[in-house]
Design a protein around this ligand. Structure first.
Ligand code: E4P
Length: 219
């Protein structure tokens, strides 16, 4: 199971890397734009602070330009994975980039058929958007588990990367479903460390220990 952080912030990646819980970084154009530095510098910085993959999305909408962008991004780090939107031109770009041996997959994806077409094209991953499906009154979890089941049935190796995951409830359901990979924004990731009973338990231990000496000073 892979757990990614959904951010373009180098300091977020540095922080969560220290906890030992992240396998890589996903970005999107909105996240990169919010950093206020060039796309290339953002991806280079993120690649320098993680050993895992850094996902970078193409901006263009025609296949030739997407391929040109994808080839360039591929040189911006040791382990850059190209995200391509689910459009006909995107599928063409995907097949061309995969033929070059570049890691690439389909994002902004909302259905099982879109995922199957990507897997047929040897996509490295597909990124279904759970939260945005829920926002639209659909069931994001059902779409993700349907994709996972179909891939297992057909024997596709394409990774299912659940994206647009914003809550602990969504994340818990995805964990229970055994999805291949999940990307979470920093706040959602941080929330997973906590439980009110943990805080309550620690308060009790602290109160019972009182002002006794630190164990290492009490010889
Ligand atoms: C995927 O990688 C996207 O960056 C992201 O998960 C979108 O999430 P949002 O729908 O909360 O913007």
């Amino acid at each position: 199971m892979q757990l990614y952080i959904d951010t373009a912030s180098e300091s977020d990646v540095r922080e969560f890397a220290t906890y030992g819980i992240i396998d890589g970084v996903t970005t999107n154009p909105s996240l990169v734009a919010s950093e206020g530095i060039s796309y290339r510098e953002t991806i280079e910085r993120l690649s320098a602070v993680t050993d895992g993959p850094v996902f970078a999305q193409v901006i263009s909408s025609d296949a030739d330009s997407m391929v040109t962008e994808g080839r360039a991004y591929d040189g911006w780090g040791e382990n850059v994975v190209i995200k391509i939107p689910a459009t006909p031109a995107g599928y063409e770009a995907l097949t061309r980039l995969r033929a070059d041996g570049i890691q690439a997959g389909i994002t902004v994806l909302f259905s099982i058929p879109q995922a199957i077409l990507a897997a047929k094209n040897d996509a490295t991953f597909v990124a279904p958007y759970v939260g945005r499906l829920d926002d639209a009154g659909e069931n994001g979890l059902e779409v993700v588990t349907g994709i996972q089941e179909a891939f297992d049935t057909y024997g596709f190796e394409t990774e299912v990367l659940a994206a647009s995951v914003r809550t602990r409830t969504q994340t818990t359901s995805l964990y229970r479903a055994g999805v291949d990979a999940i990307t979470l924004p920093p706040a959602t990731l941080a929330d997973q460390f906590t439980h009110h009973k943990t805080d309550e338990g620690l308060e009790g231990f602290e109160a019972d220990w009182g002002d006794r000496a630190n164990p290492l000073e009490d010889n």
